[in-house]
Every structure is written in C-alpha cells, then in structure tokens.
Design a protein around this ligand. Structure first.
Ligand SMILES: [Zn+2]
Length: 349
C-alpha cells in the first residue's frame, strides 16, 4: 500500500519537466521547487523558503530544533538535464514507467529519486538531528543562484555534516555514503593563428591552422598514456591511505563489468599503474569537453580557421589548490603553443 503511494508521489515529481538549461522550462522549474517546498512542509519543516530566484530558487527548509543534537545539511537538486535525443528513450522521459522493477524517467536517478528518498527517510526515521534541506534548481546549469546564496549567507549553511544526495550506488544492492568528491577547475583555451580565416586553395600548405595547432597543444597537455603533462600538476597530490585502498578492494567493483556495463566502450584509459577506482576517485583528470571554431555546418567550406577554442576541465584531488592549478594550466598553455594562446577560467554553465 505504502509502495503504491510512494511510487505515485515520486512519479508526480518526475513528471515535472524541470530542465534548468532551457528557458522554456522556467515555469516547470518553479513547479518542481513548489513540489519540494510542499513536501518539506509536510514533513514538519518550518522556515520553508524560496531563495535567490523566482524561477530556479534554492528551496530551504529547517526541521524541528533538537537541543544539543548535531546539525545535518542535506543537499540535492530538483532540476534535470535536457532529455535529448528523444528517439533514444523507450518510454517518454517525463512519463515515469516501471520496467523490471525499475522506474524509468528523466531525473529518477539524478536527482529527484535521491531527494525523494531522503525526504521520506527523514520523515519516517525521525532522526535526532537538526536537519536542514537545501535543494537547488540549477545544478545542471552552473549553480549560480546557490553560489550567490553561499556568498551572501554563509552562516545559513553552517552544519556539522553535509549529506550530498546526488550520488549513486557502488553496485546494485550496495548503497554508499560518499566521504569525498573531487573538485573542478574549468577553463577555455583559445588559439589564434592568423588575423582572419584563410582559403585552403590559396593559403593551404603554408598558413597555420588554428584547429591543427589546438589539437597538437591538447595532445601535449595529456599523453596517450593518460599522464597529464602540466608541469607541477601532480606534485601536491595526496595518495589515499593504505586503509582507504584496502577498503576499496573490498567493494563489489569489477573492472571488466565496469567497462562492459557502464562505459560500454572498447577499453579503459588512464594511468595503468593505478586501479580503476583510484583513477576514478583519487587521481586528478584532464578532459576535453568540446572544440569550437572553423566550419561545422552542412556541406563543405575549405576554410583555414584563424581561431579555435577548447573547453576543458580538471578534476582536483586532496592538496591540489584551484588557484595553483589555474596558474599551472595557463603556464603550460603559454609554453605549449608558439601561437597566440588565450586562456580563461570559466565557471561551467
Ligand atoms: Zn545531480
């Protein structure tokens, strides 16, 4: 009986197409925020508030005061990624469907499902903590509203512990409490190789090509062996402790299954001397997210692009400092290209 009701309630939440990156869904984002707020009131929160935005507010709710008990801040988000490409869905993304004991819908695993579980868990277990819910609506869109709030009201989020309800199981049947997450440094690298675009029939063979130079630079920043060749990048990296490594060995994680079922590719990459879990959890990364410039439209255009941009990011691990890594990347870009590199840090949006 309870399962039926819970499924119905979760489905209600999942049916709201709260896609934060598309302005056409602004009202839906607000509707999802209202849904969360109503739920918070139902479980006894006071001071339920919409903070920082009309369309993508942070939803705040404070549980009953428990004298002397620790404060637990619960974080999650009610926005979702765009569901494209729609043809890849077996059932429509915003019509929750049960198949083989699993509920399929956009947001079911990121992050409405998790938020829902915590709301219900707090409600039924009634733990002796001072809980506060902070559920944002821009996680998939750069979290500007949340960052502004943290800057404006740091005292609001003061807590003894933060529970991030935006993670996954280690394996089916293995729920996990994550104790650390890697940080992020996001940047754009732009190379300009000539004043204007040039024609390959007239200039090809002698004029530099921005995309070619960018490809070479990116190849230099990270080798085929997975090693990131930014001077100083690894120097402060703190390895996991022996007890952490031993604990990870006990997890039901199988590299072959990970490749076959999760990655679904030809092979895994990265520093082979470290286990896959260490590469995923304890080592820094360098990833290229997109390359812009030149001609990418339909048909053909024989342009030699004057400018090319790559969006890149690095996941950071304990003892790496954001400002230091930014300097190291900027220096490596300057050194790595004889052309006219520009580098700028970007907060992902
Ligand atoms: Zn998420």
């Amino acid at each position: 009986m309870d399962q039926e009701r819970l499924l119905r309630e979760l489905s209600e939440f999942l049916r709201i197409p709260s896609v934060s990156t598309l302005p056409a869904h602004n009202q839906d984002c607000r509707a999802a925020a209202e849904w969360v707020a109503a739920e918070l009131r139902r479980i006894g929160c006071h001071d339920v508030a919409f903070l920082g935005s009309d369309t993508h507010p942070v939803v705040w709710g404070q549980g009953p005061e428990v004298a002397g008990a620790p404060t637990l801040l619960i974080y999650g988000h009610y926005d979702v990624q765009p569901p494209d490409p729609l043809a890849e869905w077996t059932t429509p993304p915003f019509e929750p469907a049960l198949r083989d004991g699993k509920l399929y819908a956009r947001g079911s695993a990121d992050d409405k499902g998790q938020v829902f579980c915590l709301l219900k868990a707090i409600n039924s277990a009634n733990p002796r903590v001072n809980f506060r819910f902070l559920i944002e609506g821009e996680e998939e869109y750069g979290s500007k509203v949340l960052f502004d709030l943290l800057k404006r009201e740091p005292q609001r989020v003061r807590a003894d512990a933060v529970l991030v309800a935006d993670m996954s199981y280690v394996a089916p049947g293995w729920p996990a409490v994550y104790t650390t997450l890697r940080g992020l440094c996001y940047a754009e690298i732009t190379l300009r190789t000539s004043k204007t675009d040039l024609h390959s029939g007239e200039y090809g063979g002698a004029a530099p090509n921005a995309h070619e130079e960018l490809a070479r630079l990116l190849g230099r920043l990270k080798g085929a062996d997975g090693k990131i060749n930014i001077p100083g990048f690894y120097s402060t990296v703190k390895r996991p402790s022996q007890s952490e490594l031993a604990a990870w060995k006990k997890l039901p994680f199988n590299e072959k299954d990970f490749l076959k079922q999760r990655v679904q590719g030809k092979g895994l990459v990265g520093l082979k001397q470290y286990s896959v879990l260490e590469r995923l959890w304890a080592l820094p990364t360098f990833e290229i997210h997109g390359i812009l410039g030149g001609f990418t439209g339909e048909g053909a255009k024989t342009v030699i692009p004057a400018e090319a941009t790559a969006k890149v990011s690095m996941r950071l691990v304990p003892n790496q400092k954001l400002a230091t890594v930014e300097r190291q990347l900027a220096a490596a870009v300057q050194r790595g290209s004889p052309w006219f590199p520009r580098w700028r840090r970007r907060v992902p949006r």
